[in-house]
Design a protein around this ligand. Structure first.
Ligand code: HEC
Length: 182
């Protein structure tokens, strides 16, 4: 798989730096944030995401999908397409949390809003840290997530390389994803 060996940590640091300088959202653009109560949503995988992924170091991650995304359109080849309004929330911790109540240090988020001019591949890509939210309108997030639509090293690895709507851990989990439905 062609993977860009970019430093995510570096980019997140840069993003947060920019966020600390500019506060508030773009004029007229919808303001997105992680929905309150997302922790009652389905987890897309129960795999312990504590291994390093490119640029992430050893941070700990947990992924939730909103109810809109529970029944994606499935192709006969096993492909996935999520409906508009689906939100996928990834909690990112600098270190493994020590209690279930602990708040994550940061969220990375995908929201299906294809009509938003800042969307890529139909998704708006967000980073949220505290009160600060930043949409990433360039190719940074989406270009790495394109790898999810091809064979890749995570979860079941998408061995047949079917379209999975940019999710490395699609829901409901395919066979071998280690997900909760198996
Ligand atoms: C260098 C590759 C790479 C980049 C860049 C990247 N991601 Fe990811 N992302 C991953 C991998 C790998 C996973 C699988 C879950 C895990 O291990 O954390 C993932 C998982 C996710 C998920 C959970 C859905 C899924 O794919 O299973 C969201 C949401 C997400 N990323 C958002 C973002 C956002 C927003 C950005 C840009 C700020 C971003 N990602 C940039 C590699 C990347």
């Amino acid at each position: 798989m062609q993977r860009r060996e970019m430093s995510l940590t570096g980019v997140f640091a840069a993003v947060l730096l920019v966020l600390s300088v500019i506060t508030g959202c773009g004029k007229g653009a919808p303001a997105y944030r992680v929905t309150e109560g997302y922790r009652s949503w389905k987890r897309t995988t129960t795999v312990e995401l504590d291994y390093p992924i490119p640029g992430h170091g050893t941070a700990y991650r947990r992924i939730y999908i909103s109810p809109e995304g529970e029944n994606p359109q499935r192709g006969i080849d096993g492909s996935y397409v999520y409906p508009e309004g689906t939100m996928v929330v990834k909690e990112v911790y600098r270190q493994r949390p020590t209690s279930p109540e602990q708040e994550p240090d940061m969220f990375t988020v995908m929201i299906k809003v294809p009509h938003d001019p800042r969307s890529r591949g139909g998704w708006v890509w967000l980073v949220q840290s505290g009160e600060e939210v930043m949409v990433i309108p360039d190719a940074f997030c989406e270009s790495c997530h394109e790898n999810a639509n091809e064979p890749h090293p995570y979860g079941d690895g998408n061995p047949r390389g079917v379209f999975r709507d940019y999710l490395f851990f699609p829901y409901p989990p395919p066979q071998g994803n280690g997900g909760p439905d198996q």
